[in-house]
Design a protein around this ligand. Sequence first.
Ligand SMILES: CC(C)(COP(=O)(O)OP(=O)(O)OC[C@H]1O[C@@H](n2cnc3c(N)ncnc32)[C@H](O)[C@@H]1OP(=O)(O)O)[C@@H](O)C(=O)NCCC(=O)NCCS
Length: 183
Amino acid sequence: MATLDGPNVRLRPLEPSEYRAVFGWYNDPETVSPYDRFSVDTFDDFVRAVESAPDDPGSLAPRFGIVRRGEAAVLGVVGHYRPHPVLETVDVWYVIGDRAARGRGYGREAVALLVDHLYATTALERVGATCDVENVASYRLLEGLGFRREGTLQAALFHHGGWHDVRVYGVTRTQWAARNRPA
Ligand SMILES: CC(C)(COP(=O)(O)OP(=O)(O)OC[C@H]1O[C@@H](n2cnc3c(N)ncnc32)[C@H](O)[C@@H]1OP(=O)(O)O)[C@@H](O)C(=O)NCCC(=O)NCCS
């Protein structure tokens, strides 16, 4: 699988020695899902999901680890999946698991690298993302990249004991190519 380099971060496949740390994020609801559904997986199922993801377009497993350029420690993960059986679109998702690394632009840069990669390697015309209406960091990340808010799904996500509305975002191939990139 590819290694994708931006100015500050690199996306690369997770290494088996990192599975425990990433699995730990998945088992900490405050890290992985403050605004999302949370379910505990077994470590074996997690490893199987990560290793089979390259052959499964619908897989929600991480597809890349995020590291700072020149450093080894994985600080987050990103993934993409087909959210719908008929529609020709892919959604991206992202977690900065090292909470001390949040708010420094790594999440946005990682998602930009992933969208670049998807448009470079597929015939897709739209890349999407969804997030809880209260997940400000998530939608600001998307809006800063030029994703357009396409609407809101009402009561589409159950977490923390209640139903939540979900923002739907998308960016077309043309919009992505035309966006202003940082110098
Ligand atoms: C969402 C997440 C990946 C953002 O990553 P990040 O590296 O911290 O974000 P960035 O530093 O790239 O910042 C992206 C934007 O979010 C804003 N932001 C970051 N943290 C924020 C916070 N806690 N509250 C409000 N805005 C925040 C930044 O200011 C920036 O917006 P701006 O340029 O308009 O000012 C990270 O907060 C996270 O892992 N959250 C938990 C998992 C999650 O919710 N994933 C998304 C599921 S839809």
